[in-house]
Ligand binder design. Structure first.
Ligand SMILES: Nc1ncnc2c1ncn2[C@@H]1O[C@H](COP(=O)(O)OP(=O)(O)OP(=O)(O)O)[C@@H](O)[C@H]1O
Ligand SMILES: [Mg+2]
Length: 472
């Protein structure tokens, strides 16, 4: 059996027990002290009351000799059974009457003068001959009409108090112990109950799977302390679900887009093989296949580029580029296709842009290729670069049919084509703009599009002056 770290429930339960034990011990100690003080106060009041009573009896006694002659009047006034000790002495120290042989307490307290009423403040601590603790009070009393002074020494043994205290202490300690155990037990149960909510969240989290990605934790029902965690978990699930849906969509599109050219290749080849053909016909087949293979290769290369960009595996080598020269160079490169399409270029650019030269060319070329394709004969593709706050905006704009607004937001998605008539054609894969978007993200910039139906379509690339620090 392995003993790991104790669970949080056990730890909190133990902490609860310790705290409860400390609190109950403190309360028990306080209660014992309070009771001890109260009992002592009661004993002191008892001493004062007896001193007054004896003083009164003395006034009713003829003289000191009468005190000695009739000791019972005084002895009866003092209840020995309650632990009260009394010694009455003449002023010269000669004992007149007493209910104890113990004299240890007699000289301890300063006697209260006959003219003053004793109070509890006059009581002092004393020790009996046997070493037991007691409270003592001494007062002077006047005997009869003559007013002879005698000393009344009284003491209260603590036995009575000690017995009460002992019983009380035992009960309080037992109650404190029981209270601590009970509190610890209740604390443990409460903590466990509290953690049931955590377990319920964990159960909900277990229900989330690839087939059930829409499932979310019930954050609002969670206790406040866990609500933020549940919300954060839900936000992670939102992001994961988004990526997951994109990924499945991507896989679907990929399969679909590879199937079409592969089918074309197979059908064409089968048709040619179905009967003997002339060398020219075989040559035609091979060149057609070659084109199709080229398209497939470009598509796979584009996919690889996007995958590498997704995983940050493309290192940028940014440098200041002369935008005018770069745009002119791209226009030159597209001279042939532009001539075929009857499209011309208009370039208005100057200044520099900070970008990776190869990726800059690739992004702009993708836009130019699209623009040539969608510009009607005789139209002009405009390439321009304008300083924008914090960077440079490079735009490729062309006249044409334009793109309907509902397509604009998805145009940069992989495999998205707004023009269904061309979707199945062999020219377009629907990856060009996705690559543009990735390249711009790598540069810490962005790509936007605006289009008017029947007017101009303008793609704009924003290159920031300071590309992200992480890229080299
Ligand atoms: N200048 C434009 N005018 C009108 N529509 C455009 C323009 N540029 C892009 N589009 C639309 O956006 C879609 C996506 O373009 P994207 O460049 O991503 O793919 P593609 O050109 O179809 O294929 P690929 O570039 O991979 O060969 C195009 O299919 C087209 O419908
Ligand atoms: Mg394209």
């Amino acid at each position: 059996m392995r003993f790991g770290r104790p669970s949080l429930t056990v730890q909190l339960g133990a902490l609860f027990a310790v705290v409860a034990a400390i609190v109950f011990s403190a309360v028990a100690t306080y209660l014992c002290h309070a009771l001890a003080a109260q009992l002592q106060a009661r004993d002191d009041a008892d001493l004062v009351e007896h001193a007054l009573r004896i003083r009164h009896l003395l006034t009713e006694t003829r003289d000191a000799a009468a005190v000695r002659a009739d000791p019972h009047r005084f002895l009866d006034a003092v209840d020995r059974g309650r632990g009260l000790l009394m010694v009455i002495q003449a002023e010269d120290g000669e004992p007149l009457t007493q209910n104890t042989g113990d004299r240890a307490f007699v000289g301890i307290a300063r006697p209260v003068a006959a003219g003053r009423e004793p109070s509890t403040a006059d009581a002092v601590d004393a020790t009996s001959g046997r070493g037991a603790r007691m409270r003592a009070l001494t007062a002077m009393g006047a005997v009869g009409a003559g007013g002879t002074l005698v000393r009344i020494a009284l003491a209260h043994t603590a036995d009575d108090r000690a017995a009460v205290m002992q019983g009380h202490r035992r009960k309080v300690l037992a109650a404190a112990f029981a209270g601590a155990v009970l509190t610890a037990l209740l604390g443990f149960l409460l903590v466990r109950r509290g953690f049931d909510r955590v377990k319920s969240l964990a159960r909900q989290a277990h229900e989330v799977s690839a087939h059930n990605l829409a499932k979310r934790l019930d954050a609002e029902a969670a206790p406040e302390e866990l609500r933020e965690l549940a919300r954060a978990f839900n936000a992670v699930l939102d992001r994961l679900q988004g990526s997951f849906v994109n990924l499945s969509q991507f896989a679907d599109d990929l399969a679909h887009d590879l199937r079409t050219p592969l089918n074309n290749l197979m059908v064409q080849t089968e048709v040619v093989f179905s009967q003997p053909r002339s060398p020219e016909e075989y040559q035609d087949l091979l060149s057609s296949n070659y084109e199709e293979f080229g398209r497939l290769a470009r598509m796979v290369e584009s996919m690889l580029f996007l995958a590498r960009a997704d995983h940050d595996q493309i290192a940028l080598a940014t440098e200041p580029l002369d935008v005018g020269a770069e745009l002119a160079r791209i226009a030159d490169y597209f001279e042939g296709p532009a001539l075929d399409a009857g499209v011309s270029f208009a370039i208005s650019a100057g200044g520099a842009v900070r970008a990776d030269a190869l990726l800059f060319r690739r992004a702009v070329s993708n836009l130019v290729a699209n623009a040539i394709r969608y510009t009607p004969r005789g139209g002009a593709v405009r390439l321009s670069a304008l300083a924008a706050p914090g960077g440079v905006a490079v735009s490729v704009s062309n006249p044409g049919a334009g793109i309907a607004p509902e397509h604009l937001s998805r145009l940069f998605d992989r495999f998205y084509r707004s023009d269904p008539s061309r979707s199945s054609g062999s020219v377009s894969a629907g990856l060009g703009l996705a690559i543009v978007k990735s390249i711009m993200a790598l540069h810490g910039g962005g790509a936007t599009v605006t289009s008017e139906i029947g007017g101009h379509t303008c793609f704009s690339l924003f290159f920031p002056d300071a590309p992200p620090a992480a890229v080299i």
